[in-house]
Design a protein around this ligand. Structure first.
Ligand code: GUN
Length: 289
């Protein structure tokens, strides 16, 4: 029988740990961590993510600030706001929710963030530090994935790990973390130009699916006993939910789960771990002041 990796439960435990640290900071008369989030436009998924991030801050006792801009905001205005947040001593860390409208360069925006305030761990300085194993801010989703694997004591050393997807925010960085000393996995990254994806994935002891394509990972692709981590969060219309939408992962859960040793659900798997990683990065930033 497969085991569910309960990201929601682990994230809630970590939130309690963070809340306890915040309470200690308060008692010691220290500054309360403050996370700011920039949201551009009204993309439904981004709205939900940012609302949840603000809620998380409240739950652990952080201060949070949400800064909203219209879809037509210029790159220059956004870069000015980032410069302002970089210089605002009350803000410990901030994020710019992605994706941004097409007329704004995401790379320029990310590079404008002070690496010391980069709670998402997207700045090239933090990604470079991660590459060579120096302390810095790890990208939130890969950080969450690794933490979940560690807390479930899933063996990674010498295991064949296949990462599906090569995005800058998930696939590529998680492939680096899993191959590092301490994790010691043998990592293969497959992507849209890979030949024989099915053959490669079927050799995996650990599958990390991060391509944003519902039910991409089917039962035929999964070795018996594999660990399956589903990072997909595609929002589809659903008459069953109050909001009219539901989140679906990259894995055909119903058919894949019976072949697995461990599997993450969507929702309630990696999503809550990403959010909690953002809080951890912000706490680290606040304690550095
Ligand atoms: N868009 C999708 N995931 C993320 C994330 O972790 N951080 C930000 N800033 N934008 C995202």
């Amino acid at each position: 029988m497969y085991k569910i990796i309960d990201g929601k439960k682990v994230a809630s435990e970590i939130k309690q740990e963070i809340a306890a640290e915040v309470a200690m900071l308060k008692i010691a008369g220290k500054k309360i961590p403050h996370l700011a989030a920039i949201l551009v436009g009204n993309n439904g998924s981004s709205e939900t993510y940012v609302a949840n991030k603000v809620k998380d801050c409240e739950e652990v006792g952080f201060k949070s600030t949400l800064l909203r801009f219209g879809n037509d905001v210029t790159e220059a205005v956004l870069l000015d706001k980032i410069a302002e947040l970089n210089n605002d001593n009350d803000v410990d860390g901030f994020i710019v929710q992605l994706p941004l409208p097409g007329h704004i360069s995401e790379n320029k925006v990310i590079e404008a963030i002070d690496p010391r305030k980069d709670s998402d761990g997207f700045h090239p300085v933090n990604l470079g530090k991660m590459m060579i194993g120096l302390p810095g801010y790890l990208p939130a989703t890969p950080f969450g994935i690794v933490e979940l694997i560690k807390r479930y004591r899933i063996e990674t050393s010498g295991k064949n790990c296949v990462v599906i997807g090569r995005s800058n925010i998930v696939g590529r960085p998680v492939s680096i973390l899993l191959s590092q000393k301490g994790m010691d996995a043998t990592v293969t990254v497959v992507h849209s130009r890979t030949k024989n994806i099915q053959d490669i994935v079927s050799q995996a002891d650990i599958i990390i699916a991060a391509i944003g394509s519902p039910a991409f990972v089917t039962a035929e692709m999964v070795k018996v006993g594999a660990v399956v981590i589903d990072v997909g969060t595609t929002r589809i219309e659903s008459p069953e939910t109050k909001s009219g939408y539901k989140l679906v992962g990259d894995v055909d859960f119903k058919n894949v789960a019976p072949k697995c040793s461990y599997i993450t659900p969507v929702p309630g798997g990696i999503g809550p771990m990403t959010r909690v990683s953002l809080l951890r990065n912000t706490l680290i930033a606040a304690k550095k002041d």
